[in-house]
Ligand binder design. Sequence first.
Ligand SMILES: C[S@@+](CC[C@H](N)C(=O)[O-])C[C@H]1O[C@@H](n2cnc3c(N)ncnc32)[C@H](O)[C@@H]1O
Length: 262
Amino acid sequence: MNVFGEFAKYYDLIHEKKNYQKESAYINGLIQNYNSGAKTILDIGCGTGNYAFAMQELGYQVNGVDSSSDMIQIANGKLSKSKYTSSSPSFSCGRMEDYDCQKKFDAVICLFFSLCYQTTDDLIFKSLSRFKDQIKDNGILIFDFWHKDGVLSQKPELKIQNYSTEDLEITKLVQPKLDVSFDCVGIDYTFYLENKKNEISKFKEFHNLRYLKPKLLVKFLKELSFKVLKIEGWMTEQKLQENEWSGIIVAMPDWSQSPKKT
Ligand SMILES: C[S@@+](CC[C@H](N)C(=O)[O-])C[C@H]1O[C@@H](n2cnc3c(N)ncnc32)[C@H](O)[C@@H]1O
């Protein structure tokens, strides 16, 4: 499934209030806590590069990868405006379930529910396995996820949101549908764009996202010989609560349990 095609153009506008700097400081805290001195990051599902730029600003060398060429084009477009000349993130296109950067990193991160776009057990397992192959000795993996109990207690809701640019009035309609047999939420996004001449156009995108029980993720991580270091509520620094929508996991490959892929 291809996601973030035309949607990519409006992604940063829609998320302009998301505090990537503050969230990156939280991720930095986790990285340094478990792998002090870490310097390199692979940001998988990097989107338009917002975490990558913020982490680069914190002193890391970041490689970003995403399956959407439109998102990567926007991330690359920001490079020319970036204040970094000698050191800036680099971006490439790839799918997390088969991506091989041919390099290893101190930390692999996969944030803002990029892993949830993997809707089957097989794809999640394959992705975690690819993540592991790109982690250095003492390196760590950090990813967030939609927490099943939280999603089922809060229930996804229909939303209508409005945004403005100099040229456009944008209305985004979000129509989610819970599919409990596959632990997924199918979301129909419809964008209505009205220009200065009051001409209206629209486009649609369908996104299917998986919600997960931490227990299942722990099972996959253990099968792949990861040690699970932490599971907590997103940005809470507390145990993941039953009614919380988003959780985060920090894990480290236990190389004593598994052969290294060179
Ligand atoms: C909600 S966005 C998050 C982007 C970015 N991490 C951020 O926080 O702004 C999810 C991203 O995951 C990417 N994605 C979805 N499936 C993917 C896959 N199989 N491999 C790589 N990226 C994927 C999408 O293209 C999208 O950019």
